[in-house]
Design a protein around this ligand. Structure first.
Ligand SMILES: NC(=O)c1ccc[n+]([C@@H]2O[C@H](COP(=O)([O-])OP(=O)(O)OC[C@H]3O[C@@H](n4cnc5c(N)ncnc54)[C@H](O)[C@@H]3O)[C@@H](O)[C@H]2O)c1
Length: 301
């Protein structure tokens, strides 16, 4: 499906990134793998090579400007181009908003949001240049990694939820801004038992693990493949046997000021009939994806 294509995957040393890199390579892509320097990244490269695939390591902090530039350069110089970018690298520094340190906020927003932007910046610049030279759209795919934490507004993850919401907005802005050059950009909200979630999800069951990162990888390969040409600016929830396509936020209600501009009394009258719950509950929340996981969170009871 991806024969001859070149893909960059960030955070490919373990977890979802490693599974996605292996799946892309198994589908025929030659892959440039990024993670922080260390044996984990080299191990993924070795796994892919041992299976007959082509892979090179390109270590570095994904949020560094120079890493984004080097990743694209490595893809072009080593494999002759770039077709697919999978933004996946991430970290957690969970804390309630009122106790969160400056460092905890900055680290998470930096790695996730800036880490998605920096690679996207250099990849889209390269694609735009190629598309202009050819006077035609090019083959170009980006798969970003958001999270249901953004849909729910996870209370103990203000930094993470905010960064993931930003990634969805970046996904849409990139999809719109780069469509004419052929770039297709989508975001996934995965669930998988990894180092990041091991504590929450507990140990894997005996036998096949419904929360294996391998269950997420096929959607990434699909979006990276030819069928992905018709999919852009979308957000998916993916885990186990589930792929859920999210709808956009909708307008719940519209109010018009009778005199053309709102007065305090008119706002009281109009909105007072809508917001009657005491205490109020956050309204701009999507909880519909939670029950989808009933069969995939650990062992069915
Ligand atoms: N596992 C889940 O259930 C789940 C749920 C929602 C979203 N996600 C997202 O999926 C992505 C992958 O998560 P995972 O569960 O595989 O976690 P993981 O901790 O197993 O893997 C994350 C990888 O990113 C790398 N990384 C961290 N900081 C980096 C940096 N600055 N530069 C380069 N690489 C860096 C880590 O070294 C690690 O290899 C993350 O973006 C995460 O937020 C995961």
């Amino acid at each position: 499906m991806l024969d001859g294509r070149v893909a960059v995957v960030t955070g490919a040393g373990q977890g979802l990134g490693a599974a996605e890199a292996c799946a892309l390579a198994a589908a025929g892509a030659r892959v440039v793998l990024n993670d922080l320097p260390g044996p984990a990244l080299d191990a993924t490269v070795e796994t892919i090579r041992a299976a007959g695939g082509e892979a090179v390591a390109c270590p570095g902090d994904v949020a560094d400007w120079s890493t984004g530039e080097t990743l694209v350069k490595t893809a072009v110089e080593t494999f002759g181009g770039l077709d697919v970018l999978v933004n996946n690298a991430g970290v957690l520094r969970d804390r309630m908003v009122f106790t969160m340190s400056e460092q905890e906020w900055d680290t998470v927003v930096r790695v996730h949001l800036r880490g998605h932007f920096v690679t996207t910046r250099f990849a889209t610049a390269w694609w735009r240049e190629r598309s202009r030279a050819a006077a035609a759209p090019v083959y170009a795919r980006i798969v970003n990694t958001a999270s249901e934490a953004f849909l729910l507004g996870s209370a103990g993850q203000a930094n993470y939820a905010a960064a993931k919401g930003g990634i969805v907005a970046l996904t849409l802005a990139t999809a719109r801004g780069c469509a004419r050059h052929g770039v297709r950009v989508n975001a996934i909200c995965p669930r998988a038992r990894t180092a990041m979630t091991g504590e929450l999800m507990g140990p894997a069951p005996a036998g096949p693990d419904p929360l294996s990162p391998d269950r997420v990888a096929p959607l990434v390969t699909h979006l990276a493949g030819p069928a992905g040409d018709r999919i852009t600016g979308e957000v998916f929830v993916v885990h186990g046997d589930v792929v859920a396509l999210l709808g956009p936020p909708t307008v719940r209600a519209v109010f018009h000021a009778a005199t053309g501009h709102w007065t305090a009394a008119e706002l009281d009258a109009a909105l007072g009939t809508v917001f009657t719950e005491d205490p109020p509950r956050p309204g701009f929340v999507c909880e519909e994806t939670l029950p989808l996981a009933a069969t995939t969170f650990g062992e069915p009871s």
